[in-house]
Design a protein around this ligand. Structure first.
Ligand code: HEM
Length: 417
């Protein structure tokens, strides 16, 4: 199998696994054209969309581009390939992102009840309290692994809080969150079954004893016409929230903090003016966005896009990592500008499938970075950046991010680099 995107007539996405530089790989892919014929990870043919305008055109046009993998014969293969045992398919393969309207509109409307701006705003003090508790544990330690002591625990605690999972069960949830994306199919199956059984129990508890949490809101959510979410839909949605919101946020926190640690000049500006943190988070999402590729879409009819003709039924793969660095849309796309103003990145998608948890992820990152910069102004990397390693796979996560929390000479006032 050829793995270099530039030296084959049909670039292969699998090349990203072996490329020493993922950004260079995506840049080569983009150089082949904003929409180009290529191969998916399993070698099947796919249209790779790397241009910004072209990606936006696909995202905003659900009439012509379908997300529905459920009613395709390939669904079973997708679920099986992910190591999912048959009994959990209805809960794990049928995620919100795999539906088209009208089913999607119905589910999304009900699901959105749990993710209002008001609810996310109301969660901020809790997120701050969790961050404070996590950071209190850093103080006095000569070295801390940011992945172990912030990036992983924060999102899972927030998701559990959101869904109303009792704190005593957090350990089990952490295990499942890790197991569900494990390379070992047996581990995936165990985690999936554990989650489904737990969520079934939790949903039934919330039906009888609703609390002040998102799952209870969703259990009670009812449209004027009486429409409600079924138990299967609630279990599936709860698991979708965990899957969609866990590793992505872990990555935003890890990648984002690494950017801050390696851009001392820009970090100093943030420390001097924390009001810049939201724009810094947007640039982290653009430059090092956790979702490098989108869920697969399919052309409903023959359609022209970016100078090519896509045939009816063809698979269409948006490559966010390339679109977010399209030089036709972003000024100096390969340069990190934490105060970038014109930054309409696609890190959370666009259109009807726009990330349900975007406000939550932004709030977590905003609170975490502000708090770390304020409490540990002298934070410094404990290893050289090129010594850091990442997990293999479609979403590579930093295996560790060791820092010295209190390293004099690296802070806002003292650093000279
Ligand atoms: C930095 C963190 C995150 C990133 C980068 C991210 C990215 C994305 C992207 C790109 C999509 C759209 C995919 C597409 O249509 O092409 C999406 C959808 C979604 N995200 Fe997120 N996400 C993040 C955090 C979260 C969180 C915290 C939650 C929930 C608590 C969440 C829940 C969802 C759901 C449910 C969808 C499907 C929405 C739909 O199809 O209508 N995400 N996310």
């Amino acid at each position: 199998m050829t793995t270099d995107a530039s030296h084959t007539a049909e670039p292969e996405l699998a090349g990203v696994f072996t490329s020493p530089d993922r950004n260079a790989f995506y840049a080569e892919l983009a150089a082949a054209g904003p929409v180009t014929r290529g191969r998916y990870f399993d070698g099947s043919p796919v249209w790779l969309v790397t241009g910004y305008d072209e990606s936006l055109a696909v995202l905003k046009d659900h009439q012509r581009f379908s997300n529905d993998i459920i009613n395709r014969s390939s669904t079973v293969d997708v679920a099986a390939a992910a190591g999912l045992p048959e009994d959990v398919w209805p809960y794990l393969a049928h995620t919100l992102g795999a539906y088209d309207p009208p089913e999607h509109s119905r589910l999304r409307k009900l699901a959105s009840r749990g993710f209002t701006v008001r609810r996310v705003e109301a969660l901020r003090p809790r997120i701050q309290a969790i961050v404070d508790e996590i950071l209190a544990d850093w103080a006095g330690r000569p070295e801390v692994d940011v992945m172990e002591r912030l990036a992983y625990p924060l999102p899972i605690r927030v998701i559990c809080e959101l869904l109303g999972v009792p704190e005593a069960d957090l350990g089990r949830w952490r295990g499942w969150a890790a197991g569900i994306t494990a390379p070992d199919p047996a581990e995936v199956a165990t985690a999936a079954r554990g989650l489904v059984a737990y969520m079934r129990e939790l949903v039934s508890t919330k039906r009888t004893e609703p609390g002040d949490d998102v799952l209870s809101t969703l259990v009670l959510a009812q449209e004027e016409d009486g429409d409600r979410l079924s138990d299967t839909e609630l279990i599936s949605l709860g698991i979708t929230i965990l899957l969609a919101g866990h590793e992505t946020t872990v990555n935003l926190l890890g990648n984002g903090l690494l950017l801050l640690l390696t851009q001392p000049e820009q970090r100093r500006r943030l420390q001097a003016d924390p009001g810049l943190v939201p724009s810094a988070v947007e640039e982290m999402l653009r430059y090092a966005g956790p979702a490098e590729i989108a869920p697969m879409r399919y052309a409903r009819n023959t359609v022209e896009l970016g100078g090519v003709t896509i045939g009816e039924g063809d698979a269409v793969q948006i490559v966010y990592a390339a679109a977010n660095r399209d030089p036709r849309r972003f000024d100096q796309p390969d340069v990190v500008q934490l105060d970038r103003r014109d930054n309409p990145h696609l890190a959370f998608g666009q259109g009807i499938h726009f990330c349900l948890g975007a406000a939550l992820a932004r709030a977590e990152a905003d609170i975490a970075f502000r708090s770390v910069l304020a409490r540990f102004p002298d934070l410094a990397l404990a290893v050289a950046p090129d010594e850091l390693t990442r997990t293999p796979g479609i979403t590579p996560v930093l295996t560790s991010l060791p820092v010295h929390p209190n390293q004099p000479g690296h802070g806002a006032a003292t650093s000279s680099s």
